[in-house]
Design a protein around this ligand. Sequence first.
Ligand SMILES: [Fe+2]
Length: 160
Amino acid sequence: MKNKIDLIIKNHSFQCNLRKIETLEISREFCKHDMQHFLDVARLMYIINLENSLGLPKYIIYTTALLHDIGRGEEYENGIAHNIASVHIAKKILHECEYEDKEIDEILKAIGDHRNNNGEFNTLSDVLYKCDKLSRNCIHCGATEMCKWSIDKRNSKITY
Ligand SMILES: [Fe+2]
């Protein structure tokens, strides 16, 4: 994989925002938005990419997954919707890590759409949306009673 991923995970803004989320979610009972979640989403996206022969580059998939919730701390602190805050923070990080403009546009579109996309497995946006949901371990969850996800939306079977 391109060493761009190393640049992302060492990026100052990425690290600061990740730590901020960790601190703010320390006693969160629902699903967290931590490095484990980012990697779960990345790996699922890569599997879906291979299964559907989408041809999305591995480093683009991992970059998108690592950054898709990076604005969660902003949502907790300032009430900015996290997909919007994530786009804002990710844009700065992607420029600092010298991604190409076309790559930045595609990644930011996927992050911005990741709360309300309903498409099939065709684009980076579709794959992020579906894998974000698929990544959640509803089978073994301590917050089932309070979860706002309807029963039919929960991952009640292991598919990946
Ligand atoms: Fe997520």
